[in-house]
Design a protein around this ligand. Structure first.
Ligand SMILES: [Zn+2]
Length: 215
C-alpha cells in the first residue's frame, strides 16, 4: 500500500490561525548541550487547532461531543478531492460550486476535501492569514443535507462560525490545514482518506496525520 501525506509540518513559529497563540517549540534537552550520552527533547506549546488537525462538535457547540466521543472509523472514509485551485482570495465556495464540481458522484458517507491551493501559500502573509477562501453557509447546509461524512480544507479554517456550527451540529466532521501534493490530483476517486487525531482526552480538536491510502 502507498500512503500519500496530506499534512502540513509543525515547527517553531510556523504559520497558524492569527487569533490563536503562536506556535512555540523549545529544545529542552540536546546533545549539543549535554553531550552524546544526553538526550534530545522538545517542549511544545500551541493550540489544539494547529497544523493539520480535526474539529469535533465541542469546538463550536456548547456541550458538543469531543474528539474521543467518536470511534476512529469516524475520521476515515472514501474521499473526493475538489480541485478549486485558482479560487480568488476571500472566494466563497457555495453549494452551487460544490454541486457543479461533484456532478452526480455520491456524497453521502464521503469526505469532501476542498483543495483551494492555499496549502501551498502557507506563510504569514495578509492573504494566507486573513484573505483565504471559505465554505459558504449554504454549502455547509448542502453538505449536511447530502449526508457528507466530513469535510476538509487546505487552510487553517473551513469557514466562519455559522459554517462550523452548521457542519458540527450534524456532525459533518472537519479536518483543517491539509496540504495537497500534485499527485493527489491524479488519483482515481473516491480515494481512501484517514485523519486520525491524537488521543487528547475530551478535547475540541487535536493534531492529526491526514493521509490518502492507495491500495
Ligand atoms: Zn479547528
Amino acid at each position: 500500500m502507498k500512503i500519500i501525506d496530506l499534512s502540513q509540518p509543525l515547527f517553531d513559529g510556523c504559520p497558524n490561525c492569527p487569533v490563536h497563540p503562536p506556535v512555540k517549540i523549545d529544545i529542552v534537552a540536546s546533545h549539543a548541550a549535554d553531550g552524546p550520552e544526553g538526550w534530545h527533547m522538545e517542549h511544545l506549546s500551541f493550540a489544539s487547532h494547529t497544523g493539520s488537525h480535526v474539529d469535533a462538535p465541542l469546538h463550536k457547540l456548547k456541550g458538543g461531543a469531543p474528539i474521543d466521543a467518536f470511534p476512529l472509523e469516524a475520521w476515515t472514509g472514501p474521499a473526493r478531492i475538489i480541485d478549486l485551485r485558482g479560487i480568488a482570495p476571500k472566494g466563497q465556495m457555495t453549494a452551487d460550486l460544490l454541486a457543479a464540481k461533484l456532478g452526480d458522484t455520491p456524497i453521502a458517507g464521503h469526505w469532501i476535501l476542498l483543495a483551494t491551493g492555499f496549502g501551498d501559500k502557507r506563510e504569514k502573509t495578509q492573504q494566507w492569514l486573513h484573505d483565504a477562501p471559505a465554505l459558504a453557509l449554504d454549502a455547509a447546509r448542502w453538505l449536511v443535507e447530502h449526508n457528507a461524512k466530513g469535510v476538509g480544507i487546505d487552510h487553517w479554517s473551513i469557514g466562519d462560525a455559522a459554517c462550523h456550527a452548521t457542519l458540527l451540529a450534524r456532525p459533518v466532521l472537519i479536518v483543517e490545514e491539509l496540504h495537497f501534493p500534485e499527485e493527489a490530483f491524479r488519483l482515481h476517486q473516491p480515494v481512501d482518506f484517514m485523519a486520525l487525531p491524537i488521543n487528547l482526552r475530551a478535547h475540541s480538536g487535536a493534531p492529526c496525520r491526514p493521509v490518502l491510502l492507495i491500495p
